[in-house]
Design a protein around this ligand. Sequence first.
Ligand code: FE2
Length: 422
Amino acid sequence: MLDYLIKNATLSTRKDRVDIAIENGRFVEIAPQIDAPANDQFDADGCLVCPPFVDSHFHMDATLSLGLPRYNQSGTLLEGIQIWSELKPELTAEAVKQRALELLTWSIAKGTLCIRTHVDVTDPSLLAVDVLLEVREEMKEWIDLQIVAFPQDGVLRTDGGKELLLRALDKGVDVVGGIPHFERTMAQGSESISWLCSVAESRGLLVDMHCDESDDPLSRHIEHLTYETRRMGLGKRVTASHLTSMHSMDNYYVSKLLPLMAESGIQAISNPLINIHLQGRHDTYPKRRGLTRVPEMLEAGVNVAFGHDCVMDPWYPMGTHDMLEVAHMAAHCLQMMGASQASTLVDMVTSRGAAVMNLEGYGIEVGNQADCVVLQAKSAMDALRLKPVRLLVMRKGKIIASTPPVKATINLNGIQEVNFTI
Ligand code: FE2
């Protein structure tokens, strides 16, 4: 007897509809028709079943703090950092934890079950580090949380920044973070990259730096991060987040940079919602979009994923932690609406994000942990177009969230129902 059976599923990897059998928390068979009895089953009726959404770049210590202690009036990254520095001394463990746990209920409802969150390690109390380590442990049954030691104010710019970052890693933080463009000088940015990569190398850790989150085309820290990635042989263990300066770089320089990135194995993350909101703020007209060169990086062979980055915090007042909203924004800002690009966009909030996080056993394949999401949509393009409800969210073979299908009733001289899946 199977534990669970999903009937008539559409998978992005296959043309025909399939049934998906689940036993002991794992996918045990995927085939056009499975007739074995099951304790419970769901008829997907052709709806898209995808692996859980992956948010490869988030800030859970700041989430849901919008308006504390004040709102960001300029809409710039730098005012956001200033507001966060005003809030930091006021943070309490209880409040940070309560906000993080509330956010995670939103994540689960939207089918986002793998999250890489940065945590600020330039607060001398490391209060948020302790909180997020607790949250990672308490929520591990439902969500894979990876935590990055993120020196928000600069690891060299902050007094004792190196010691604080090392203390955070000693506590059990998973990934080494950085912010070279926020150090005092370009040279110190490079120095920070070399030191942070050497820490990751010696401890066998992953690296994910905020890198060149700027409209300055001469912010070229990605060049040095790529160099150190190759020199130390870190390859796919390293990720560069944001890379917004690449939007404004000279084309000739980028034509040299992209092959070097591909050669090193470095991965990249773009944060479309936040980049379109924060970048170009010093421009009059025309205003730059400020997103990094995603299609070009993919073309060059660099893996790219999307992050949500923020939900209702000093940098971004909106959001529901819906990764399809991120992909929808990306489709517009990156001009990626070709028919074949829809599935690539969905990959960037699922499998490509899982690759950034170096997750193992991810995906709807026999033998893997039975984690998946059933969407009220029948194709990748509809998943983007409709940002559909998550009919079911499954983790380890158990349904942990569900939302009823959406239908509108239209009355135009007679009642008509509109099903949003068509
Ligand atoms: Fe970020």
